[in-house]
Design a protein around this ligand. Structure first.
Ligand code: FAD
Length: 438
């Protein structure tokens, strides 16, 4: 009988495994893939980690842990050169290598074991995998996200119609191909840049339902939304307010990195100088994909202008769907969460990420990466991964093994007693904003 089983080993449960190691908890983590991987189909040479590498598996909760990114750098003889280089960010490729290094050092991980069923019994959960059965007092679901594919493309997925998640796993476009990229977020932008940098001439049409290509807003003030105090306050707000905040703050998480936006614009400018832009690239904004049909071994794509309400068709050879990701909900999870209290189609979670059930359950079920409406946008990215897992561990142990390392936020740092009559939670702009939305 284990204390806890983690299902899925992506960055979220990997961090949990690293932080559990020094605790008395007996744990096992199960992953269906042969080894650790992190969105491999999008590991493009220019892809950067979009947060500080100090938001690694452990540092913000336990800076002394041996599983920190800084320790990884030191062990690989790159600590001084990392500090010496002009910017303190890292590539997704290097961060994946860091994650793999952590995974190799932990004894609790099991790869090539897919979980197919989780059944409650008197003392906990029976977790069946493709090879064996485990018993555990609690489970932490970390099965991550899966590609979101528009309805009209579902039956057509293959070598020339595919989601961005499979981009590097498909053959690259041939000379002269006309490629349609659907989606104006980070993945779409990274793919367009990658295709531009290839020596072969490809025609690209890029469509987005947004009114333009918007950069991610990650200035230090708005980034306070990715701190523990903000998340705690967000969780306590009524649903209507949380919905409005998530919508309002979307671009703090879903935009294109400003650096990449500017690089793309420079590339297009150079093509316009060469005189090759018109034949090689077209960006259509405020446009939605309506239908795809086969057309003489090519694809006819029907598009609709959101503001004009006009239809337009184009013929392309290949379609890359950079249409985002959604929470993965395998059948066993749907069954397990059958009795969960729901809110906007997602299970209600407590402050410690434990699912709230209407019926008695034999032990806690924690859920990672499915609570953007419950805990805020931080819950679907790496910003608070270590903090979230420290809450789960403290909850499993019933005591504060990890102390709350969240410091006072800069914008929250003066006495607010004389402003309490405003009715806001306090004077932090983000919470004023929360109040303004109500
Ligand atoms: C391309 C991309 C880039 C991103 N870059 C950033 C970034 O720079 N910064 C940031 O903060 N956030 C980023 N994110 C958001 C977020 O951090 C990632 O999606 C992250 O991978 C989420 O981690 P996870 O562990 O929840 O899920 P995942 O990484 O999806 O891992 C889930 C794992 O569960 C396994 N699994 C699924 N079902 C089962 C089963 N039944 N049994 C066993 N194993 C199973 C899967 O094989 C997978 O390995 C990015 C997201 C994407 C898609």
């Amino acid at each position: 009988m284990l204390d806890v089983i983690g299902i899925g080993i992506g960055p979220f449960n990997l961090s949990l495994a690293a932080l559990i190691e020094p605790t008395p908890l007996r744990a096992r983590f199960l992953e269906k893939c042969e080894g650790f991987c992190w969105h491999p189909g999008l590991a493009l040479p220019n892809s950067r980690l979009q947060v500080s590498p100090l938001k690694d598996c452990v540092t913000l909760v336990d800076p002394t842990s041996p599983y920190s990114f800084l320790n990884y750098l030191a062990r690989h003889g790159r600590l001084y050169s990392f500090v010496n280089k002009r910017n303190a960010s890292t590539s997704r490729r290097e961060f994946t290598d860091y994650y793999r290094w952590v995974a190799r050092r932990l004894g609790t991980l099991r790869f090539a074991e897919e979980v197919v069923d989780v059944a409650p019994f008197s003392d906990g959960y029976r977790v069946n995998t493709t090879t064996t059965t485990y018993l555990a007092r609690a489970v932490v679901i970390g099965v991550g996200v899966e590609p979101k594919i528009p309805e009209c493309a579902r039956a057509l997925i293959g070598n020339t119609v595919y989601h961005a998640a499979d981009y590097l796993e498909r053959n690259p476009p041939y000379v002269g191909e006309h490629v349609l990229v659907v989606g104006g977020g980070q993945s779409g932008a990274e793919i367009v840049e990658h295709m531009f940098n290839r020596p072969l001439a490809t025609r690209i049409t890029w469509v987005t339902s947004r009114t333009n290509l918007f950069a991610m807003d990650d200035n230090s003030f708005v980034n306070e939304a990715y701190m523990p105090g903000y998340s705690r306050r967000f969780h306590a707000l009524p649903l209507q307010q949380r919905r409005a905040i998530v919508e309002h703050e979307k671009l703090t998480s879903d935009g294109i990195s400003a650096e990449l936006c500017n690089r793309l614009y420079d590339m297009l400018y150079e093509r316009s100088v060469e005189g090759t832009l018109v034949d090689s690239f077209r960006l259509l904004s405020s446009v939605v994909l309506k239908d795809i049909t086969s057309h003489n071994k090519r694809w006819r794509v029907d598009l609709n202008g959101i503001t004009t309400q006009r239809d337009h068709s184009i013929i392309v050879d290949r379609i890359v769907l950079a249409t985002g990701f959604q929470p993965r909900t395998p059948p066993f999870l749907q069954t397990l969460l059958g009795g969960a209290r729901m809110e906007d189609g997602l299970p209600v979670l407590g402050p410690d990420y434990a699912v709230r059930f209407d019926q008695h359950m034999p032990g806690p079920v924690f859920l990672q990466n499915q609570s953007r409406l419950q805990h805020g946008l931080q819950s679907v990215n790496l910003s608070l991964v270590a903090y979230r897992n420290s809450l789960i561990i403290n909850s499993l142990l019933g005591q504060s093994f990890y102390l709350d390392t969240s410091d006072r936020q800069i914008l929250d740092s003066y006495d607010n007693s004389d402003t309490s009559e405003l009715g806001a939670l306090d004077v932090m702009p983000s919470t004023q904003h929360m109040a303004a939305i109500t």
